[in-house]
Design a protein. Structure first.
Length: 98
């Protein structure tokens, strides 16, 4: 259960970084920063929501596995989201018609 919620949070961070990199960021550097912020944001949201569910419904999540997935998500999601946003921005910049 923890793995599925972590993958959903990571996928949401990557989708938001793709959107931000494709249409909202003026430069590649800003796109990478926005992607990293979305990765960190979704990691924190993942932890907060799973912690709230664990408090309200005991024995739903394993605390150790939750901490391991949060740590991995906190490290890997910003890096991956920043790379996706920067590459998406670079690709969309080459497709722009002048």
């Amino acid at each position: 259960m923890e793995t599925i919620t972590a993958l959903v949070a990571c996928g949401a961070a990557f989708a938001l970084s793709y959107y931000l990199g494709h249409s909202r960021a003026p430069t590649t550097f800003i796109a990478a920063l926005l992607g990293a912020v979305s990765g960190i944001g979704f990691a924190v949201v993942f932890f907060a929501l799973t912690l709230a569910v664990t408090i309200l419904l005991p024995d739903t999540f394993d605390a150790r596995t939750l901490g391991v997935h949060f740590t991995r998500l906190l490290v890997l999601a910003p890096i991956g989201a920043a790379a996706i946003a920067a590459l998406t921005h670079r690709f969309s910049a080459t497709k722009t018609q002048f």
